[in-house]
Design a protein around this ligand. Structure first.
Ligand code: HEM
Length: 337
């Protein structure tokens, strides 16, 4: 089906046309798996296309997302956690991403290199920074924070410690109901223990195998999804902010405002950084409302099938077991907008 044929009513918003729809065309039932695939491969969807680059700047939303990211970082320094020994990996991350950004978006981003002396310019945000690789005093922030203030992705670094893969550094402002301060330092098993089925069905250990074998010259990605814990397009639904969003869904359910419910999609990129061997698990969060999804019939029908079919334990973990039926009934009902 062509994009135009798939769309009803008003034109779709820019973020909808770029949305990384999380389900393959023929999927009717969703279960957890090690669903990784090569990155930097554009993928067409029923409404547009996504995935050409590692970073999705977000089109017209870029400025607003970065203002929100910077506001949170300024207000709460605990959103950045770098465990001892992880600074070299943060420099590695910064250099890898700045090079990648300059190649992906040459019209707005430039990096010039002269040995360890670098000059970064981001014309969209007005950044113009010369610095020396590895010299903390030459940047206004630590290298992970400097990068986190330029791109909308949450940044997570995994490194082997005592024979285990550990989440040892992170900058996270848009967590889906978890906390970087709580999870930092944990092993893959410890992080994934609360997720039903994952560890018992061997998925956590297969994911760990995948991370251990990730080659330095190939980038992979994975898409994850849920219905957001907030009824607005609020990106920051971290545990730190629970008092600010905890009553959103009960209010939305009470008022039956199903169109406001948000599908929250995470695109996660796995890169083995060339100098330190640390692996990234960088998360770019996208959101779209049921109101928007309702206007793309293949998405509307597939989301309803997948959500209604999901076993109770997974729907409970994802937080929508109690309201999925009326929400999906609204989604597949007559379009009145
Ligand atoms: C291929 C590798 C991985 C797979 C297949 C995987 C899979 C999953 C799945 C299925 C969930 C449940 C999410 C949901 O249903 O909404 C989850 C949650 C999570 N994952 Fe992973 N994961 C992987 C790698 C990682 C890595 C490397 C990290 C950390 C650096 C990580 C951190 C987390 C966190 C923080 C959560 C939220 C846990 C919570 O709710 O407390 N994951 N993961």
């Amino acid at each position: 089906m062509s994009s135009a044929a798939a769309v009803e009513g008003r034109p779709l918003a820019g973020h909808t046309t770029r949305l990384p729809w999380p389900f393959p065309d023929d999927l009717d039932s969703f279960r957890y798996s090690v669903n990784v695939e090569p990155a930097r491969v554009p993928r067409p969807t029923a409404a547009g296309e996504w995935g050409a680059h590692i970073v999705d700047l977000g089109g017209e939303e870029y400025g607003a997302m970065m203002a929100e990211r910077r506001r949170i970082l300024d207000a709460d320094p605990h959103r950045v956690r770098i465990l001892p020994g992880m600074l070299p990996a943060c420099w590695d991350l910064l250099l890898y991403y700045l090079r990648d950004l300059a190649i992906s978006f040459p019209h707005i981003m430039e990096l010039s290199e002269d040995g360890d002396h670098l000059h970064w310019r981001n014309h969209a945000l007005g950044t113009d920074q010369s610095f020396v690789l590895g010299d903390a005093a030459s940047l206004p922030y630590d290298p992970m924070t400097f990068l986190g203030r330029e791109i909308p992705d949450d940044l997570l670094l995994v490194k082997e410690r005592d024979g285990r893969l550990c989440f040892d550094a992170g900058l996270v402002t848009f967590a889906a109901a978890w906390s970087v301060s709580f999870d930092v330092g944990m092993t893959m098993d410890e992080i994934h223990n609360p997720v039903p089925r994952l560890t018992k069905e061997g998925i956590t250990s297969r994911a760990e195998q995948f991370l251990r074998r990730l080659p330095a010259d190939q980038v992979y990605r994975r898409v994850n999804w849920t219905l957001s814990a907030s009824g607005s397009r609020k990106l920051d639904v971290s545990l730190e902010e629970l008092p600010a969003w905890g009553t959103d869904i009960p209010a939305l359910v009470r008022d039956e405002e199903w169109g406001r419910l948000q599908l929250r999609i995470e695109v996660e990129h796995f890169v083995r950084l060339p100098m330190t061997g640390a692996v990234t698990f960088n998360i770019r969060t996208h959101m779209t409302s049921l109101d928007e999804i309702r206007r793309v019939p293949p998405w509307r029908d597939q989301l309803a099938r997948v959500v209604l079919e999901l076993p109770e334990d997974l729907a409970t973990y994802k937080g929508f077991a109690d309201y999925r039926e009326p929400a999906m009934a609204w989604l597949t009902g007559e379009v009145t907008a």
